[in-house]
Design a protein. Structure first.
Length: 147
Protein backbone atom coordinates (compact mmCIF):
# COMPACT_ATOMS: atom_id res chain seq x y z
CA UNK A 1 0.00 0.00 0.00
CA UNK A 2 1.42 3.34 -1.07
CA UNK A 3 1.31 5.96 1.65
CA UNK A 4 0.58 9.58 0.74
CA UNK A 5 2.65 12.55 1.76
CA UNK A 6 0.78 15.43 3.33
CA UNK A 7 1.29 17.38 0.11
CA UNK A 8 -0.10 14.56 -2.05
CA UNK A 9 -3.12 14.09 0.23
CA UNK A 10 -3.69 17.84 0.15
CA UNK A 11 -3.57 17.87 -3.67
CA UNK A 12 -6.00 14.95 -3.94
CA UNK A 13 -8.57 16.51 -1.63
CA UNK A 14 -7.93 20.18 -2.36
CA UNK A 15 -7.04 21.02 1.23
CA UNK A 16 -4.04 22.89 2.59
CA UNK A 17 -1.58 20.97 4.72
CA UNK A 18 -2.54 23.18 7.67
CA UNK A 19 -6.13 21.84 7.52
CA UNK A 20 -4.90 18.26 7.43
CA UNK A 21 -2.61 18.86 10.42
CA UNK A 22 -5.49 20.54 12.28
CA UNK A 23 -7.85 17.61 11.59
CA UNK A 24 -5.12 15.25 12.72
CA UNK A 25 -4.62 17.17 16.00
CA UNK A 26 -8.40 17.27 16.51
CA UNK A 27 -8.58 13.48 16.20
CA UNK A 28 -10.46 13.44 12.90
CA UNK A 29 -7.66 12.06 10.74
CA UNK A 30 -5.67 9.05 11.86
CA UNK A 31 -2.25 10.01 13.06
CA UNK A 32 -0.02 9.73 10.08
CA UNK A 33 2.84 7.31 9.94
CA UNK A 34 6.25 8.94 9.85
CA UNK A 35 8.91 8.20 7.29
CA UNK A 36 12.05 10.23 7.69
CA UNK A 37 10.17 12.58 10.01
CA UNK A 38 7.47 13.30 7.41
CA UNK A 39 3.79 12.49 7.74
CA UNK A 40 2.45 9.67 5.58
CA UNK A 41 -1.25 8.94 5.20
CA UNK A 42 -3.11 5.84 4.15
CA UNK A 43 -5.07 6.17 0.89
CA UNK A 44 -8.17 5.78 3.12
CA UNK A 45 -7.48 9.31 4.36
CA UNK A 46 -9.00 10.65 1.11
CA UNK A 47 -12.40 9.18 2.02
CA UNK A 48 -11.99 10.36 5.64
CA UNK A 49 -11.47 13.95 4.44
CA UNK A 50 -14.59 13.58 2.29
CA UNK A 51 -16.53 12.48 5.37
CA UNK A 52 -15.17 15.39 7.42
CA UNK A 53 -16.18 17.89 4.75
CA UNK A 54 -19.61 16.32 4.29
CA UNK A 55 -20.22 16.63 8.01
CA UNK A 56 -19.00 20.22 8.02
CA UNK A 57 -21.33 21.01 5.10
CA UNK A 58 -24.19 19.60 7.18
CA UNK A 59 -23.26 21.92 10.06
CA UNK A 60 -21.43 19.51 12.34
CA UNK A 61 -18.61 21.01 14.38
CA UNK A 62 -15.21 19.42 14.96
CA UNK A 63 -16.27 17.94 18.32
CA UNK A 64 -19.45 16.50 16.83
CA UNK A 65 -17.54 14.94 13.95
CA UNK A 66 -15.03 13.42 16.38
CA UNK A 67 -17.93 11.99 18.42
CA UNK A 68 -19.45 10.48 15.28
CA UNK A 69 -16.15 8.86 14.34
CA UNK A 70 -15.57 7.62 17.90
CA UNK A 71 -19.11 6.38 18.59
CA UNK A 72 -20.12 5.05 15.22
CA UNK A 73 -17.38 4.82 12.60
CA UNK A 74 -19.60 2.66 10.38
CA UNK A 75 -22.43 5.20 10.34
CA UNK A 76 -25.30 3.26 11.87
CA UNK A 77 -27.37 4.06 14.98
CA UNK A 78 -25.38 6.93 16.47
CA UNK A 79 -25.21 8.59 13.06
CA UNK A 80 -28.99 8.55 12.78
CA UNK A 81 -29.42 10.15 16.20
CA UNK A 82 -26.85 12.85 15.47
CA UNK A 83 -28.33 13.43 12.00
CA UNK A 84 -31.87 13.80 13.37
CA UNK A 85 -30.68 16.35 15.93
CA UNK A 86 -28.64 18.26 13.34
CA UNK A 87 -31.59 18.27 10.92
CA UNK A 88 -33.86 19.78 13.59
CA UNK A 89 -31.19 22.38 14.42
CA UNK A 90 -30.72 23.17 10.71
CA UNK A 91 -34.44 23.65 10.23
CA UNK A 92 -34.50 26.06 13.19
CA UNK A 93 -31.60 27.99 11.68
CA UNK A 94 -33.38 28.12 8.30
CA UNK A 95 -36.52 29.48 9.97
CA UNK A 96 -34.44 32.12 11.73
CA UNK A 97 -32.73 33.11 8.48
CA UNK A 98 -36.07 33.29 6.66
CA UNK A 99 -37.43 35.52 9.40
CA UNK A 100 -34.35 37.74 9.18
CA UNK A 101 -34.74 37.89 5.38
CA UNK A 102 -38.35 39.02 5.82
CA UNK A 103 -37.18 41.78 8.14
CA UNK A 104 -34.56 42.90 5.60
CA UNK A 105 -37.12 42.83 2.79
CA UNK A 106 -39.36 45.04 4.87
CA UNK A 107 -36.59 47.55 5.52
CA UNK A 108 -35.91 47.79 1.78
CA UNK A 109 -39.58 48.30 0.86
CA UNK A 110 -40.68 50.34 3.88
CA UNK A 111 -42.51 53.54 2.91
CA UNK A 112 -41.58 55.29 6.18
CA UNK A 113 -39.11 58.18 5.77
CA UNK A 114 -36.62 56.41 8.08
CA UNK A 115 -36.39 53.12 9.92
CA UNK A 116 -36.71 54.94 13.24
CA UNK A 117 -40.16 56.11 12.06
CA UNK A 118 -41.24 52.65 10.88
CA UNK A 119 -43.53 51.02 13.41
CA UNK A 120 -42.84 47.58 11.96
CA UNK A 121 -39.08 48.02 12.28
CA UNK A 122 -39.34 49.34 15.83
CA UNK A 123 -41.52 46.32 16.63
CA UNK A 124 -38.77 44.08 15.17
CA UNK A 125 -36.28 45.79 17.49
CA UNK A 126 -38.51 45.41 20.55
CA UNK A 127 -39.20 41.75 19.83
CA UNK A 128 -35.55 40.96 19.11
CA UNK A 129 -34.39 42.68 22.29
CA UNK A 130 -36.50 40.31 24.36
CA UNK A 131 -36.57 37.11 22.25
CA UNK A 132 -33.90 34.44 22.30
CA UNK A 133 -34.07 33.77 18.57
CA UNK A 134 -34.81 35.61 15.35
CA UNK A 135 -37.74 33.45 14.26
CA UNK A 136 -39.47 34.22 17.58
CA UNK A 137 -38.55 37.89 17.36
CA UNK A 138 -39.97 38.46 13.87
CA UNK A 139 -42.97 36.15 14.08
CA UNK A 140 -46.18 38.07 13.77
CA UNK A 141 -44.54 41.49 13.47
CA UNK A 142 -45.97 42.18 10.05
CA UNK A 143 -42.65 42.05 8.22
CA UNK A 144 -44.34 41.89 4.84
CA UNK A 145 -43.14 45.20 3.47
CA UNK A 146 -46.23 47.16 4.46
CA UNK A 147 -46.14 49.90 7.05
Amino acid sequence: MELLSIGELGRRVGAPASALRYWERAGLLDVAAREGGRRRYSPDAVARVGFIRLCQDAGFGIGEIRALLDEDPLGTDAWKTHAENKLAETRRRIAALEAAASMLEHTLACPAPSLSECTTFTTFITHRATASSTEVAYAGTGGNGEE
